[in-house]
Design a protein around this ligand. Structure first.
Ligand code: BGC
Length: 354
């Protein structure tokens, strides 16, 4: 009898290893899912983490949710702990796309599938899937907003523009910038849009860590070097809300001209308040509930051994392989439609935006 039990146990263990869920069980029998978020500093990652945790629990999984204070080493050791603590699937929003190699090697050895959440994990063959919003489209939505608002095809111009992009360590940042720049490039080339600072390559306009303070000090330098003589800046194309906030702070303290069109992304509360107050023109809305639901669905499909939903198998090459991806659709919010998009949908209450 004892022998039979031990044979059965070995069979179960081998089967578990083969399905890749070997380390995954918990005392309650529920599979555990590790969710690694980059930081608590930005509103969006708190929402992403909370949504993921809520939905995964509702689907019957245990959750190990960790935030890494934008510290690469911290994220690395948190992910390693998730692996040794028996997570069946890992969902990771990387601080820096290329710095998770060691942890991913461990995950691969333990047969643990990895979903890159929002940001692609680079230089590793251990990434199973990628779920995000269509990052290039986020940029084209911003660029198109500027083009339409200024009526660039008909207006005489020229208009003055500056660019502020995201973190060079985040694979998304280039997609956002290129999406926007590709829409505006013809007008920059024809001279209808004039980049007064001359800074228009991604490297020149990037903001390490997406930090508000860094975006603010760069904007202050640009304003004092190129606009102190009363020159107007008509557009400040910002890739997201944390950088837009920096530019808005810089304008408030260092600029007296007519207020520019400012773009953003995430519809953070502070920025949405600024939209309502006329200090930011738009923000691309990426409903974190949509992304979380999609990822929870993918986790379930992986665990059950079903086909995983993807809708893009060509765009996201992480330098080792093209990672099968699910891209959600972004939309834009501004002072005219924010009530419908952000309040009627239950994303915010009116009170949160006061
Ligand atoms: C996300 C943006 C976010 C930025 C800064 C990007 O990877 O896609 O939504 O604003 O990181 O956290």
């Amino acid at each position: 009898m004892k022998k039979l039990i031990s044979v059965l146990l070995s069979v179960v263990m081998v089967a578990a290893l083969i399905t890749g869920c070997g380390a995954g069980g918990s005392a309650s029998g529920a599979k555990k899912v590790g969710v690694s978020m980059p930081t608590k500093d930005l509103q969006r990652w708190n929402q992403d983490g909370a949504n993921m945790e809520k939905e995964l629990k509702a689907a019957g999984y245990e959750v190990d949710l960790q935030f890494a204070a934008n510290d690469v080493q911290q994220q690395l050791s948190q992910v390693e702990n998730m692996i040794s603590n028996g997570c069946s699937v890992l969902v990771i929003a990387a601080i820096e796309g290329s710095s998770l190699g060691e942890a991913l090697d461990m995950a691969k050895k333990a047969n643990i599938p990895v979903i890159a959440y929002d940001r692609l994990i680079m230089d590793s063959d251990a990434v199973s899937y990628y779920a995000t919003f269509d990052n290039y489209k986020v940029g084209t939505v911003q660029g198109t907003y500027v083009k339409d608002t200024l009526d660039l095809d008909n207006a005489e111009g020229p208009f003055n523009i500056e660019f502020t992009a995201g973190d060079p360590g985040d694979n998304n940042a280039g997609f956002f910038f290129n999406g926007a720049y590709d829409v505006l490039k013809p007008y920059v080339e024809s001279g209808k849009l004039n980049v007064v600072s001359g800074q228009k390559t991604f490297d020149e306009v990037a903001t390490p860590s997406w930090a508000t303070e860094t975006a603010q000090s760069r904007a202050e330098n640009i304003l004092s070097s190129f606009y102190a003589d009363g020159t107007n800046v008509d557009v400040w194309l910002c890739s997201n809300d944390s950088t837009a906030l920096g530019v808005e702070n810089a304008l408030a303290a260092n600029y007296n001209g007519s207020y520019p069109i400012i773009t953003g992304q995430d519809c953070d509360i502070e920025n949405t308040k600024n939209m309502i107050a006329g200090k930011q023109s738009m923000s691309v809305f990426k409903d974190t509930r949509t992304l979380a639901s999609q990822v929870v669905k993918m986790v379930g499909q992986i665990i059950k051994g079903e086909t995983v939903d993807v809708n893009d198998t060509s765009t996201y090459n992480n330098n080792v392989k093209v990672v099968p991806s699910f891209l959600c659709e972004p939309v834009f919010a501004d002072a005219n439609n924010y009530k419908q998009i952000l309040i009627d949908s239950g994303y915010y209450t009116e009170d949160q935006l006061k």
